[in-house]
Ligand binder design. Structure first.
Ligand code: PGA
Length: 254
């Protein structure tokens, strides 16, 4: 059984105090929903404060990025040892990192390897651009990203994949549940080829892109979708709690 997971990617939003207020506004309700794994990914500067607030709750913490070296002259970067003990998850290869910070599959592969070696659970993001989607090249793009991102990595279910079509991120134009499920089941096929069937079945795969409390049901009711990576809607306490609650209600009746 794959436990459903909802992760909130706050991106470059919230100052320290805003981050603390946002956590306080959803803490008790989120904590009470046990059948879903809940992961908050605030900006680096708020990780320690949020860690303090969620102490003794069932809520987990993730970082939004990480470098693959342990330490050294890499101005502005954050290393795995800095994150260990602070968070359990790390988002890697988000399309915004690929697009605005020129992250390549090769770099992302190094980060994924390092995260796993360090005991952090990577949330590896993949997804096609609007042009690739229109040209019918979704499968080709996703296959390339998964194979390159996971090259040289042994089969493991301590890894989460987020399928986030770029055309659906922050646009209010989410994929349909059927579309997302088709690509996610394709990703399971790619994992089965690269690794093996059992691992492909055990890896949790999320959908991301304009998920809200109004459309989460559509994704969660699909068999291959194990949860969501939520951007904009994770910055509103009611919305995020609503998404987690509906996920819990739907998955437990399945
Ligand atoms: P969105 O972002 O929910 O605001 O579309 C999702 C993401 O980029 O992870």
């Amino acid at each position: 059984m794959r436990k459903p997971l909802i992760a909130g990617n706050w991106k470059m939003n919230t100052k320290l105090e805003e981050a603390e207020n946002l956590v306080r506004a959803m803490l008790a309700e989120l904590d009470s929903i046990e059948s879903v794994e809940k992961v908050l990914c605030p900006p680096f500067i708020s990780l320690a404060a949020v860690k303090g607030l969620i102490k003794d709750t069932s809520i987990k913490l993730g970082a939004q990025n990480m470098y693959f070296e342990d330490k050294g002259a890499y101005t502005g970067e954050i290393s795995p040892p800095m994150l260990i003990g602070l968070c359990d998850f790390v988002i890697l290869g988000h399309s915004e990192r690929r697009q605005y910070f020129a992250e390549t599959d090769e770099l992302i592969n190094k980060k994924v390897k390092k995260a796993l070696e360090s005991g952090l659970t990577p949330i590896l993001c993949v997804g096609e651009s609007p042009e690739e989607n229109e040209a019918g090249r979704t499968e080709e793009k996703i296959t390339m990203q998964i194979n390159a991102g996971l090259a040289g990595i042994s089969p493991t279910s301590q890894l989460i994949i987020a399928y986030e079509p770029i055309w659906a991120i922050g646009t209010g134009k989410a994929a349909t549940g059927k579309q997302a499920n088709a690509t996610i089941s394709l990703i399971r096929g790619i994992l089965a080829n690269l690794w093996n069937k059992e691992t492909a079945k055990a890896v949790r795969i999320l959908y991301g892109g304009s998920v809200t409390s109004s459309n989460i049901d559509e994704f969660i009711s699909e068999p291959d979708i194990d949860g969501a990576l939520v951007g904009g809607a994770s910055l509103k306490a009611d919305e995020f709690v609503g998404i987690v609650r509906q996920t819990s209600d739907l998955k437990s009746t399945r």
